[in-house]
Design a protein around this ligand. Structure first.
Ligand SMILES: [Ca+2]
Length: 436
C-alpha cells in the first residue's frame, strides 16, 4: 500500500481513532455538536418511528442500503417542504467550458473557473471575459483540473484570490492550493504562489475534493478526497496523509498553532478532520459552523458538521453500498453504519444526489430561504435546499428539476441572488432572483 508513512493499515486506523481524533474518554464532548443545547442526538430510530413521522418524506425511492437504519430521526429522508418562493432563472451566460466554481465579485460580475485551467470573469450583463493570465498548469482530466476559487475576506482591498487545482507532479498529481493578486485591469494574476501541496502524490484522475472556504476566524479551510483507489482509500483514516481530510491553514499557507494535530508525531498539522471520501462542497453557516457535503458510494452521500479533530468514518463507517454492490470494504475491514469513535453525518442521501457546491443562504432577496443550506446536484440534476434547525435537517426541497442540468456550484451574490453554474462542455451561468 502506498501510504506516506509506510505504516500498516491496521495501525493507521488505530492511530486515527486512538491517537486524539476522538478519544473515548472525551467522546461525548467531542462527538456532539456543542453550539446549541438541543443538539443532542435523538434516540435511535426504528422503522415504526420512521413511519410515524408527521410528514411526507421527499425521497420515496428504494434505498441502496436496504437493511440500513439511520442513527437518529430524520438523519435521512427528511420531510418534503415547499417554500413557494417565486423566482426567475436568468441565463446570464452560456458557452462556459466545464465550469467548476462560481464566485460573485463585489461589483456584480462573477469569477468562474473552468476545469481545463481557465479563470474568467463574467460581467453582470453576461459578457464572458478572456482567460485570466497567470494560472499555473493543471492536470485536467477525469475529475481533475482547475477546481474551486475563493476570494480573500478582504478582497475589495487586497484583490487576492485563492484557488484549488490538480497539480501535475512527478509520478502523478495532487490537490494543491495557490493564491495570487488580480491585476487592477483584471486580466492577470500577480504574485502567484502555491501555499499548500497535499500529499501523497498519486497517479489517477479521481477524488481530488476540493472546496475552499474562509471561516469567520480568517483561516482557509480546504477539503480533499481519498483518490478513489483501493490502495489510497484507507488513507482517509491516516493522519500522516492529506487524503480524505478537511484541512485548515492560514492565508499564507502556514499552519495555525491551534490545529488539533499540531505537535503530534507522524501527523500532518494542516489536518482539521479525518475520515472523508470526497468532499466537493463546504460552507460556513451564519453561526460559524463548518459544514461539508461529500460524495459517498451508492447510497452514502452525506452532510457533516465538522468538529476539529473529528473522525467522520470513511471507509470504516459509512452508509450505502459499493458501486458494484455489497458492503463497503477496504484494507481496514468492512464498514459499519455506526462505529464508536466516529462521527455520524448530520444527514445522508440514499439514493444519492451527487453533491457539488454549497451555500448557506443569508441574503435579503429570499427571506423564506434564509439559513437554508443549498447544495448543487450533479447526477440528480437539481438544486437541493435543506432546512436546518438546531444542527438537524428538518426539511428538504428540490428546485430547478425541470431544467435537467447537472449543477456544479451555487453561491450567493452581494445582491442576494443565487448564482449557479451547470456542468457541461458548453455550460450555463444562472442568476436566481425574485420574480419581477
Ligand atoms: Ca462519514
Amino acid at each position: 500500500m502506498r501510504t506516506s508513512l509506510g505504516v500498516t493499515a491496521a495501525s493507521i486506523f488505530a492511530s486515527a481513532l486512538l491517537g486524539g481524533c476522538s478519544p473515548s474518554s472525551g467522546e461525548s464532548a467531542k462527538t456532539t455538536p456543542v453550539r446549541t443545547a438541543s443538539a443532542q442526538p435523538a434516540p435511535r430510530e426504528t422503522p415504526r418511528q420512521a413511519a410515524a413521522q408527521p410528514c411526507e418524506p421527499l425521497e420515496t425511492r428504494d434505498a441502496q442500503g436496504a437493511d440500513q437504519r439511520p442513527a437518529f430521526a430524520a438523519q435521512t429522508r427528511a420531510c418534503r417542504v415547499r417554500s413557494d418562493v417565486a423566482f426567475d432563472v436568468q441565463v446570464v451566460a452560456s458557452g462556459l467550458a466545464k465550469p467548476w466554481a462560481v464566485e460573485p465579485l463585489p461589483d456584480g460580475s462573477v469569477l468562474v473557473s473552468e476545469k481545463r485551467g481557465r479563470l474568467r470573469i463574467v460581467s453582470a450583463t453576461g459578457q464572458i471575459g478572456g482567460p485570466i493570465a497567470g494560472v499555473p498548469a493543471v492536470d485536467a482530466g477525469g475529475q481533475g483540473g482547475l477546481l474551486d476559487v475563493a476570494l480573500s475576506p478582504d478582497f475589495a482591498r487586497d484583490r487576492t484570490i485563492f484557488w484549488s487545482y490538480t497539480e501535475p507532479r512527478e509520478g502523478g498529481n495532487g490537490t494543491s492550493v495557490a493564491r495570487g493578486v488580480l491585476s487592477t485591469d483584471r486580466t492577470r494574476l500577480e504574485q502567484v504562489r502555491v501555499i499548500l501541496r497535499t500529499r501523497p502524490t498519486y497517479d489517477n484522475n479521481l477524488h481530488f475534493g476540493s472546496r475552499l472556504a474562509f471561516g469567520p476566524d480568517g483561516k482557509l479551510y480546504v477539503t480533499t478526497g481519498d483518490r478513489s483507489a483501493r490502495e489510497t482509500r484507507p488513507q482517509a483514516q491516516d493522519p500522516g496523509s492529506h487524503l480524505g481530510k478537511t484541512l485548515r491553514i492560514n492565508p499564507d499557507g502556514s499552519v495555525p498553532r491551534d490545529n488539533p494535530l499540531v505537535g503530534r508525531a507522524g501527523a500532518l498539522p494542516e489536518i482539521w478532520s479525518v475520515g472523508h471520501r470526497n468532499i466537493q462542497a463546504a460552507a460556513f453557516d451564519p453561526q460559524g459552523g463548518f459544514w461539508t457535503i461529500e460524495h459517498g458510494t451508492r447510497g452514502g452521500d452525506e452532510v457533516n458538521l465538522i468538529q476539529p479533530g473529528g473522525n467522520y468514518g470513511w471507509p470504516v463507517a459509512a452508509y450505502g453500498v459499493e458501486y458494484r454492490g455489497g458492503p463497503i470494504t477496504s484494507a481496514l475491514g468492512t464498514a459499519q453504519t455506526q462505529r464508536p469513535g466516529t462521527e455520524q453525518p448530520v444527514y445522508y442521501w440514499d439514493p444519492v444526489i451527487a453533491p457539488s457546491g454549497a451555500q448557506f443562504y443569508t441574503g435579503d432577496a429570499f427571506p423564506a430561504w434564509r439559513n437554508s443550506l443549498f447544495v448543487g446536484g450533479l447526477a440528480s440534476m437539481r438544486l437541493v435546499r435543506l432546512v436546518i434547525q438546531n444542527d438537524r435537517v428538518t426539511g428538504e426541497e428540490h428546485l430547478l428539476t425541470d431544467r435537467r442540468k447537472r449543477i456544479r456550484d451555487v453561491r450567493q451574490g452581494p445582491d442576494g441572488a443565487l448564482y449557479v453554474v451547470t456542468d457541461e462542455d458548453s455550460a450555463e451561468l444562472w442568476r436566481i432572483a425574485p420574480r419581477r
